[in-house]
Design a protein around this ligand. Structure first.
Ligand SMILES: Nc1nc2c(ncn2[C@@H]2O[C@H](COP(=O)(O)OP(=O)(O)O)[C@@H](O)[C@H]2O)c(=O)[nH]1
Ligand SMILES: [Mg+2]
Length: 306
């Protein structure tokens, strides 16, 4: 792996080496649940902690696109990373605030949905069922679906004489379609904004994050996490500004969405957008690590840039 100098950082690789971590070649515990590369998902083939950087390290030059996650300590970043990577303990949840002083690069091998193959399968399903309502197929399955009877055989009517519903397909038919293999790095930036840390230390961490945002050539997308229940504070605003000044339009993740009522979600996300000074068209995605709300949207956004 090539390295580049973290400009502005005092380079002391012997004290704080940036390189493959002790875990780098250890495969992390697999996800036992259902994995899928269906339309709104991503199949995670492998994830491993590849590189750990401290503030005196040189940042790596990586061969695949990088997706960064930033947020205040305790915002739910580790939980979100575990949900998105479909791993239970990839990132440590509930860690003492401020403990992680490193940028952690996880190398991910995944399969993303192949839109062409999915469209073909839908067309095929429509023609096999004799339906011509391709538009309705685009909506995808909303609930558990069965293959419908061929309406052509019954003049488009069901046995009860009612007009047949639009032909749909079972989710499993889509998830069996092979995805497109993609590799990328998930970059876990250190949590910021906690007390009990000297101003000098905070400045160093800030510098490390800012430096990464400014110099990473592979960085494609930045998720900035804020708690849906609270107005973003000065640290969040500063982080948002750094991301924007580095030339990125962050995607805001409003975490712990399960903790507010459905009716409050729009109000809270509007407030977050306003407080950060983000434009109307900035995506603010309500996310919950408990219910997985928002995960499909996050996969879709990652899929667009890798
Ligand atoms: N209810 C709820 N709790 C969450 C959610 N995400 C994280 N938490 C809790 O918030 C705390 C901090 O989470 P963690 O992922 O370690 O945050 P981090 O410091 O940003 O990495 C832990 O107690 C988590 O269980 C969520 O979506 N919903
Ligand atoms: Mg954490």
């Amino acid at each position: 792996m090539q390295s580049r100098t973290a400009s502005g950082c005092e380079e002391k690789p012997e004290e704080n080496p940036c390189g493959p971590s002790a875990w780098a070649f250890m495969y992390l515990p697999g996800f036992s649940g259902r994995d899928t590369s269906s339309e709104d998902g991503m199949k995670i083939l492998d994830v491993k902690l590849d590189t750990v950087c401290g503030y005196t390290s040189t940042l790596p030059v990586l061969q695949y696109p990088e997706i960064a996650f930033a947020g205040r300590s305790n915002v739910g970043k580790s939980s979100m990373i575990n949900v998105i990577m479909k791993r239970k303990r990839l990132a440590r949840v509930g860690e003492t605030p401020g403990k992680t002083r490193t940028i952690n690069f996880y190398q991910v091998s995944a399969e993303v949905p192949d839109p062409e193959k999915i469209a073909e399968a839908k067309e095929k399903a429509a023609s096999e069922a004799g339906g011509d309502d391709a538009a309705s197929l685009q909506q995808g399955p909303k609930k558990k679906l069965r293959w419908k009877k061929d309406p052509a055989r019954n003049g488009g009517k069901s046995a009860s004489g009612k007009k047949q519903e639009a032909v749909q397909y079972p989710a499993s038919a889509i998830s069996k379609i092979p995805g497109i293999p993609k590799d990328f790095y998930l970059v876990d930036l250190p949590g910021y904004g906690f007390a009990n840390v000297s101003a000098e230390e905070k400045a160093k961490w800030g510098h490390m994050i800012e430096n990464y945002l400014n110099t990473s050539e592979g960085l494609k997308l930045v998720f900035l996490l804020v708690d849906i229940r609270h107005e973003p504070n000065a640290n969040d605003i500063q982080m948002y500004d750094w991301v924007v000044e580095s030339g990125f339009k962050p995607v805001i993740i409003a975490t712990k969405a399960d903790k507010v009522g459905k009716s409050q979600i729009a109000r809270q996300t509007d407030q977050i957008r306003k407080t950060l000074g983000a434009s109307e068209d900035t995506a603010v995605i309500p996310f919950s690590s408990l219910t997985r709300e928002g995960a499909a949207e996050v996969y879709r956004m990652i899929g667009q840039v890798i």
